[in-house]
Design a protein around this ligand. Structure first.
Ligand code: TNX
Length: 489
């Protein structure tokens, strides 16, 4: 078994020989529940186009060579997301304690097949799976990607594509930055001008756009089918010009702001002293919570430079109560650590002066790591990169990969780290092709930092990543052929 897997599994024991998929191979499920059948259908849908095989889904008792998916009720050592993949000469058996674990095992199985498996049209094959045994459990529960759909809107199909690509590397959270100064991207029925006015603009003056609630529900379902939780962000109390342009009464002076299409930050603020501000937030978070089966609502809280500090703290504490009243866990950028937080709160570290994230952790809150110099994938790779910003430096493929979460934040214990999240701000990114170019090939490295417990080894990683070039190519991904990687052939 030549191991080019990303993220690197916990243990890989190679054996002699292969099991090759053929026209006679079936996929079996045990037990035959809807959740199991859904994982099997997902697997079949990945394998049918390139192989041209029927790959029928059958109960486990069916005879013949199979990819067998089985829940192991006693397998709780595998946790909520772990799996065991055993490949012998006459079949492959994937076991897990949950359907999510099986889903991640399916991603591993995909990567063990030749890259041509990712083609959308029939390929000649053959389709060998190398024999061996893989046992795999993730290091962190939160393995995220943030997409900024506010500076530039990304239509539903583009978000679904990103979900597919992120799921292939075992990410399990998609954080959507839905609102900012330049645009409001989710329709709120009780405040219709947010989308109708605030949704019409974008950074650089483009056309904007927004998700209807039906669109958003479709994204939630699409993500859930890939065992990914959507985390919606409404950025408050700064980064709110689009809302302040849509509703005059949200401004301290009662005057609607003009739309904003530049890329400065830190100039806008909701009116902290007005009661209507909290009715507005309660309505918005109420509608968002109703659309969100996941536990989390992100309230932003970053760079509120136009909000006095005392007002900011009062505001965050009031918003926390609103989020709690709607039955959700509050996530915020690390600045929320300046306020009093409940232990259920989650602070997202991003800036290098990390006193606020440590303050959040000292109150018992959990921390997500998004250190800008490592995982702000909107930074240029190097000076030649045509897209992106540079304020956090250049982020090479190595820089995004070669860092250790446990030592990022002095004073924050590893038990308080929920995980890692890459962030893709979109001031300079207007198309899906732009997004793919910035994410790939850096996102797989961040995914490995979040998933793999084993220490990182850049030389071994860059060899594995090279093998993903043809795979990404077969998926049609517009990836950057960084000179750090030997992209042979
Ligand atoms: C900082 S990170 C921001 C964003 C920008 C980003 C650009 C954070 C919480 N705020 O508003 O889009 O830098 O890299």
């Amino acid at each position: 078994m030549i191991n080019t897997l990303i993220p690197q599994p916990l243990s890989v024991q190679p054996a002699e020989g292969v099991f090759a998929l053929t026209a006679d191979t079936s996929i079996t499920v045990s037990p035959a529940t809807p959740a199991m059948t859904a994982v099997a259908e997902y697997l079949a849908a990945r394998l049918r186009p390139a192989t041209g095989f029927a790959l029928p889904i059958q109960p486990a008792e069916a005879a013949g060579p199979a990819l067998a998916l089985a829940l192991d009720p006693a397998g709780d050592a595998l946790g909520a997301e772990g799996y065991v993949l055993a490949i012998g000469l006459d079949g492959a058996r994937l076991t897990a304690h949950t359907p999510a674990g099986l889903f991640y095992g399916v991603q591993t199985l995909r990567q063990l097949l030749p890259p041509a498996i990712e083609n959308a049209t029939p390929q000649p094959g053959p389709w060998p799976l190398p024999a061996g045994r893989i046992r795999d459990v993730p290091r962190f529960a939160w393995r995220g990607l943030m997409l900024d759909v506010a500076r530039h809107f990304l239509p539903v199909a583009g978000v679904m594509r990103v979900i597919d690509l992120a799921a292939a590397y075992k990410l399990n959270r998609l954080h959507l930055h839905l609102t900012d100064d330049q645009g409001w991207r989710i329709d709120i029925a009780s405040w219709p001008e947010l989308a109708r006015v605030g949704g019409q603009t974008a950074a650089g003056g483009g056309p904007g756009g927004y998700y209807t609630q039906a669109d958003y529900a479709a994204l939630v379902a699409y993500a859930a089918a890939r065992h990914m939780t959507l985390v919606p962000e409404i950025d408050l109390p700064g980064h709110t010009n689009a809302a302040l342009a849509a509703y005059a009464e949200l401004n301290a002076d009662g005057q609607a702001r003009p739309p904003y299409t530049g890329i400065e930050v830190g100039f806008s603020s909701l009116a902290i002293g007005k009661e209507i501000t909290y009715r507005f937030i309660d309505d918005v978070i109420g509608e968002l919570a109703a659309l969100t089966p996941g536990d989390f609502i992100h309230i932003g809280g970053d760079e509120a430079l136009a909000t006095p500090k005392g007002d900011y703290i009062r505001f965050i504490e009031r918003v926390a109560a609103i989020v709690r009243a709607h039955g959700k866990r509050m996530v915020g950028w690390e600045e929320i650590g300046q306020a009093r937080l409940e232990p259920s709160a989650i602070a997202q570290h991003w800036a290098s002066g990390h006193a606020a994230a440590a303050a959040a952790a000292a109150q018992g809150a959990s921390v997500i790591l998004s250190p800008a110099p490592r995982v702000y994938l909107d930074m240029k790779y190097d000076e030649a990169t045509p897209l992106g910003l540079t304020w956090a430096g250049h982020i090479s493929v190595r820089a995004a990969y070669d860092w250790e979460p446990a030592t990022q934040l002095p004073g924050v214990a590893e038990e308080q780290l929920l995980g890692v999240e890459a962030a893709l701000w979109s001031e300079t990114l207007t198309t899906l092709a732009d997004i793919e170019f910035m994410l790939f090939p850096r996102l797989p490295g961040v995914a490995e930092v979040g998933w793999s417990a084993a220490g990182r080894d850049w030389e071994a990683y860059r060899a594995r990543l090279a093998a993903h070039g043809p795979r990404l190519g077969a998926m049609g991904v517009n990836y950057y052929r960084a000179a750090e990687i030997d992209w042979s052939p």
